[in-house]
Design a protein around this ligand. Structure first.
Ligand SMILES: [Zn+2]
Ligand SMILES: [Zn+2]
Ligand SMILES: [Zn+2]
Length: 147
């Protein structure tokens, strides 16, 4: 499990140490990810990066996100039917998404401790707790249905 990245300069350091080129675009993407507290869609990343670096084009930002993922700096996850969302690696949570209202919730990854062991022992399966959200009904929608 990678340790959480603390600042944009940590990210820049990792890029440099991996022998990759450091560009203004990469700095901007790093800053956007650091300053965000939530999950960002690709479009949201593009918008926020362009506020810093207006000249940068969309495909460059896509490539930077891919590179950051390869370097283990960034992870994406799928929250329901909407496009993938991105955030910095090292955050130990899993996601729930409500099928009815679309609410997404972060839950501690430890929620899956028992399940992870069972999946490995019974099926030889290695669970990825973060990549895909669990779908269902949130507390509010469930209550409304029970009325
Ligand atoms: Zn994916
Ligand atoms: Zn997440
Ligand atoms: Zn709901």
């Amino acid at each position: 499990m990678p340790t959480p990245t603390k600042s944009a300069s940590d990210i820049i350091c990792t890029i440099r140490e991996s022998g990759h080129r450091v560009t203004n675009g990469k700095r901007a993407v790093a800053e956007v990810l650091i300053s965000s507290t939530s999950h960002l869609s690709v479009d949201e990343v593009v918008q926020a990066v362009r506020a810093i670096e207006p000249e940068i084009n969309q495909s460059t930002i896509y490539r930077i996100l891919e590179e950051f993922e390869e370097l283990g700096l960034v992870v994406h996850s799928h929250l329901g039917a909407s496009a993938a969302v991105y955030h910095l690696a090292g955050q130990n949570h899993a996601h729930l998404v409500c099928d009815n209202c679309g609410l997404t919730q972060e839950i501690p990854a430890t929620t899956f401790d028992v399940m992870e062991v069972q999946l490995r022992e019974k099926f030889g399966f290695n669970l990825d707790r973060h990549h895909v959200a669990l779908s269902g009904l949130c507390a509010t929608c469930r209550e409304n249905q029970e009325k």
